[in-house]
Design a protein around this ligand. Structure first.
Ligand SMILES: C[S@@+](CC[C@H](N)C(=O)[O-])C[C@H]1O[C@@H](n2cnc3c(N)ncnc32)[C@H](O)[C@@H]1O
Length: 340
């Protein structure tokens, strides 16, 4: 007879193996805008099925599964409403993650069908799934490119406050955000430090979609299109790179960091803002993201020691590793001899 521990263990594995069912249901709910349809209150499955052109029986099953994990609630049979968690699937919620989850269903889930390729080769599997590397795909599919920017904006909105709070950003000076996407994080920093100026740097077709104007920062922020493997904007007092280096191999990271060092003044500082992997077995999103970055891009998340090694190789000294109240940590680096 099997022990209770053995039975629990099998059940736990089965639940883990079924995780994709919930992920897929969530992707579809986000894609179909179910939470937007529930924003004024509960609706019947028939009503939702009519509005989303879906089969009522299958839709009911999908929503009930998601109600079982706290996204929706079924207050009376066949009627669904949003929970506090489900509210964040609404497009207009200040902490919305709808675009991230919907795009994950269209792109990440498809690339993960080829995760075995990444495992066998050590290269990212994105091109095996989509026929071209990730950044080229986003360039050639501007709707997905814009959705990716919005997804990054969603992350920065959720994490930005904690990052701005965790670091003593300077009161004055020029802050360069390298691979800054649409500028959501940089805008948050510039708004918190009203005497600083900024430079948003990213690929030319990405910076075209920037939000600097909308944030009312046109006067204080330059927008520069370019390549992180080319020349970076010079003379910044502080350089930021958030969620940039995790998309690249160690060799590429060292090249990018050396380029950044060239652009910096002797007393400039560099902040890497990344999901730094903590030691031990405790669950942390960095561990799942690490696997995802291997599969998507042949990149990886890294431990504090791994960032220190790469920064040292590129000619930097690590000053501090600063946790934030979010999943992101800040690795602060300086140039040796800068006296900081
Ligand atoms: C994961 S996103 C992070 C965006 C932003 N820092 C944030 O955290 O919201 C990585 C960024 O790197 C940019 N990027 C990728 N390849 C690049 C390149 N060769 N030159 C400049 N930027 C690049 C992408 O366009 C994207 O905006």
């Amino acid at each position: 007879m099997s022990s209770a521990l053995e039975q629990d263990s099998s059940l736990r594995l089965l639940a883990l193996g079924d995780g994709f069912i919930y992920a897929r249901a969530l992707h579809l709910a986000a894609e179909m805008g179910v939470a937007d349809l529930l924003s004024d209150g509960p609706r019947s499955t028939e009503d939702l099925a009519h509005l989303t052109a879906t089969d009522p029986g299958t839709l009911h099953s999908m929503l009930r599964a998601l109600a079982g994990c706290g996204v929706f609630t079924e207050p009376s049979p066949g009627r669904f409403a949003l929970t506090a968690v489900g509210e964040c699937l609404r497009s207009d919620h200040p902490r919305s993650v709808r675009t991230t989850i919907a795009q994950s269903g269209r792109i990440t889930a498809r690339a993960f069908q080829h995760a075995d390729h990444a495992l066998r080769t050590g290269d990212g599997a994105f091109a095996a799934a989509f026929g071209q590397p990730f950044w080229e795909f986003l360039r050639d599919n501007p709707e997905e490119g814009a959705a990716f920017d919005t997804a990054m904006q969603e992350h920065s909105r959720v994490e930005g406050e904690a990052i701005v709070e965790a670091y003593d950003f300077p009161e004055t000076g020029r802050i360069v955000d390298v691979g800054g996407g649409d500028g959501t994080l940089l805008a948050a920093v510039l708004q918190a430090r009203v005497r600083t100026t900024g430079v948003l740097f990213d690929l030319p077709h990405v910076v075209e979609r920037n939000h600097i104007g909308k944030a009312g920062l046109t006067e204080r922020c330059e927008v520069v299109g370019g390549d992180i493997f080319g020349e970076l904007p010079p003379d910044g007092d502080l350089y930021l790179m958030k969620s940039v280096l995790h998309g690249w191999t160690d060799a590429d990271v060292v090249t990018i960091l050396r380029g950044c060092r060239k652009a910096m003044k002797p007393d400039s500082r560099l902040l890497l803002i990344e999901r730094v992997i903590p030691p031990g077995d405790a669950p942390h999103t960095s561990k799942a993201f690490d696997f995802a970055m291997h599969v998507m891009a042949g990149g990886q998340e890294r431990t504090g020691d791994e960032y220190t090694r790469l920064l040292t190789e590129a000619g930097f000294a690590v000053a501090r590793l600063i946790p934030t109240g979010s999943v992101q940590s800040i690795v602060e680096a300086v140039l040796p001899g800068s006296g900081r």
